[in-house]
Design a protein around this ligand. Structure first.
Ligand code: ADP
Ligand code: MG
Length: 327
């Protein structure tokens, strides 16, 4: 079994730039550029909770970073540095070094794409848990937040929603996808594309933003409560992939579309005046951007989120979204 030191050297230490002191000391030292502020976020993936322990390690390494990039995207930040805290079962380290080869390859490949430096972490043995902390930069005072939605704002969503949730239902045996459908949806589940470039460009254009990790209803709900506003959403306009459309309007597909987790798309609100600029931005970045509803003044004690069907009927969804603490 490699020592902890060997393991870090072999799998995680890579030449990095933009760091004063990287892996190998008691702490890393970084220097943000003058005039910048730091955006810091952590996301942990827990085996059995966020992924199956037998998930392809390359995809797991990729996803552990991608979900953190998505938080940077939601803030409009430029991701710069990450730390990685790994708790791995001994069996995995001792007998399956190829697991670490593949995990670190998935992680480093995505880090290289975004020019992010891995600057430290922790490595321990125990029940599998992958925890990434990410640090990004924003220009002074220039970031996105959940709290700025205004009545009359359009509610926008990037990409297509619900494919990852379809894949999960397939894996759990609650839905049978064809091989071709499963391959497509599993790639949405395993290798989400964080909308980092989009987030940065929205700083000038959006009043509020969030990344959709727990389902559109739950995450739009966070925008509403942080902004003290209500909203209406037109179910028909919520973007689904060609595969999702084959399963709509079955209740299971609607549930995946509206409340399924793991989309890692952005939901943001912006003034109607910005509609055409935002459409152009979507074309430039080749990211589908769709208006799904409108922010309304909050007239009740709590924000209201009303979903309308194609005939103007109100739709009540049973599940609001993923909640780790709900029984
Ligand atoms: P300490 O015992 O002082 O906390 P460690 O022996 O845990 O230090 O770690 C040694 C160095 O390796 C530190 O710089 C730490 O940040 C880095 N490191 C440990 N685990 C990882 C990992 N999984 N990925 C990247 N760097 C790591
Ligand atoms: Mg130390």
């Amino acid at each position: 079994m490699p020592s902890e030191f060997d393991l870090i050297q072999r799998y995680f230490k890579r030449p990095v730039t933009g760091v004063l002191l990287g892996i190998g000391d008691d702490a890393a030292i970084i220097a943000p550029k003058a005039g910048k502020e730091l955006a810091i976020s952590t996301d942990c993936l827990v085996a059995g909770q966020h992924f199956f322990e037998n998930t392809d390690p390359y995809k797991l390494g990729y996803k552990a970073l991608a979900v953190n990039l998505s938080d940077m995207a939601a803030m409009g930040a430029t991701p710069r540095w990450v730390t990685l805290s790994l708790t791995l079962p001994r069996s995995l380290i001792g007998f399956h070094e190829s697991w670490l080869d593949e995990f670190s390859r998935g992680f480093h490949e995505l880090a290289a794409t975004h020019q992010i430096a891995l600057i430290g972490g922790d490595t321990t043995a125990g029940p599998m848990n992958i925890c990434v902390q990410i640090i990004g930069e924003v220009n002074q005072g220039q970031w996105l937040r959940r709290s700025g939605a205004k009545p009359g704002d359009d509610i926008w969503v990037s990409g297509c929603l619900g494919d990852a949730a379809l894949a999960l239902k397939h894996q759990l045996g609650e839905l049978v996808l064809t091989d071709e459908e499963a391959a497509y949806c599993l790639s949405a589940l395993d290798m989400p594309s964080a909308r980092v470039a989009l987030g940065q460009r929205l700083i000038e254009l959006a009043h509020s933003a969030i990344d959709i990790s727990d389902g559109l209803m739950a995450d739009l709900g966070h925008i509403l409560s942080c902004s003290a506003q209500s909203a209406t959403v037109e179910l028909e306009t919520v973007p689904g992939s060609e595969i999702m459309k084959r399963y709509l309007p079955s209740p299971l597909a609607v549930e995946c579309l509206m409340t399924g987790g793991d989309d890692y798309e952005l939901c943001f609100t912006a003034s109607k005046e910005n509609q055409s600029v935002i459409r152009q931005l979507g074309q430039e970045l080749r990211v589908p951007l769709t208006i799904v509803g409108e922010i309304k003044p909050q007239k009740t004690l709590k924000p209201e989120l009303i979903i309308y069907g194609s005939k103007g009927e109100k739709i009540v969804l049973e599940k609001k979204g993923y909640d780790h603490f709900a029984s």
